[in-house]
Design a protein around this ligand. Structure first.
Ligand code: NAP
Length: 315
């Protein structure tokens, strides 16, 4: 078996979304030897956002384009990139942190966890069975398959409502199923959906089961006010009920809240010295590209300060 290479850095950033790339820019520009790892390709969740209109400086930009700019910026300052790097072992406790992937043992004085979050599952019968056959968590990726078809979006937040509007480009009808009678989405986003004739809201209702044969054919719903159960014909189901943090690879080494989001102080310091968390993976009141980027900058600056107590790797 090929021996693993051993690489040493001042800072290793886990996750290449807005928090990770922002941290990389600040760390590399702060003269730290910086590596950025991601289990997938780079860009994180925003790569799937069709349009962003609240990232200051860009009144309208696709998430993919914005993340390309983040990556170019981090490249400019020399952060080293490791895509498709799956963590096999991790030890954040010692002074020198160790992260092992399939071909490399990374050692670092500091680690910034910016692994983001992923779509929550409905946890109902049929969801797993029909994944890829009518159940999708990405309207941007799969919307075009629903030309002149009927789809259901579950959720009442910004993601659900934006994606429902997006799906109307293809689908003839989009039902939005929401468990309350009031949406959580921003008013400006709600207005767009209310003005769209193809969208019908089914409120105070939750999905109980996704049904079909080869592909999705119906969804069983329950009205929470009347307890009435009813079936709706649909070709697709898009659950958009929020996100859970990507923390599995950390083996519970840092302190997390009851939902698994990592606890930090204002400096993005976690419960372990030299380990920081930034972006959606963190217990934070707002999960946006701008807040993730700000977290990344703070985390990197905290790492720079902490590392002043060490001799830099490339000094
Ligand atoms: P979210 O804001 O947490 O909304 C989740 C929605 O799903 C809520 O309406 C919630 O209902 C519902 N829900 C949760 N669990 C459910 C369950 N088990 N069954 C049925 N419904 C359930 O999540 P999000 O919309 O994905 O947004 C995440 C973050 O990204 C937010 O901060 C959002 O502002 C941000 N975002 C921003 C933009 C933008 O600015 N362009 C776009 C997308 C996302 P309740 O309302 O009853 O809790």
């Amino acid at each position: 078996m090929k021996e693993k290479q051993e690489l040493f850095y001042d800072v290793i950033i886990l996750g290449a979304g807005p928090a990770g790339f922002s941290a990389a820019v600040y760390a590399a520009r702060g003269n730290l030897k910086t590596a950025i790892l991601d289990i997938n390709m780079f860009g994180g969740q925003p790569s799937n956002y069709l349009e962003l209109e609240n990232y200051p400086g860009f009144s309208l930009i696709s998430g993919f384009e914005l993340m390309e700019k983040f990556e170019e910026h981090s490249d400019k300052f020399g952060a080293e990139k490791f895509p498709m790097a799956e963590i096999q072992k991790i030890n954040l406790i010692p002074e020198i942190k160790i992260i092992e992937t399939n071909d490399t043992i990374f050692k670092a004085k500091t680690v910034i966890i910016a692994t983001g979050a992923q779509a929550k599952k409905l946890g109902i019968p049929g969801e797993n069975e029909f994944k890829g056959r009518g159940v999708s968590y990405c309207a941007v990726c799969d919307g075009a398959f629903y030309k002149d078809k009927t789809t259901v979006v579950v959720g009442g937040g910004n993601s659900a409502i934006e994606e429902a509007v997006y799906l109307t480009k293809f689908a003839k009808k989009v039902y939005v199923i929401h468990r309350r009678d009031e949406l959580r989405a921003d008013k400006i986003i709600q207005e767009r959906a209310f003005n769209n004739e193809k969208i019908e809201f089914i409120l105070n209702s939750v999905p109980l089961e996704i049904r079909g044969s080869n592909t999705v054919e119906q969804i069983l719903l329950e009205n929470l006010k009347t307890n009435e159960k009813f079936e709706l014909n649909t070709d697709g189901v898009f659950p958009y009920i929020g996100f859970s943090p990507n923390v599995d690879s950390l083996n519970g080494q840092v302190k997390q809240n009851s939902q698994g989001f990592i606890e930090t102080d204002v400096n993005m310091q976690t419960s372990i010295k030299g380990v920081y968390a930034a972006g959606d993976v963190r217990n934070t009141p707002l999960r946006q590209v701008i807040t993730a980027a700000a977290d990344g900058a703070i985390a990197a600056c905290s790492a720079v300060k902490y590392i002043e107590t060490f001799t830099p790797v490339h000094a």
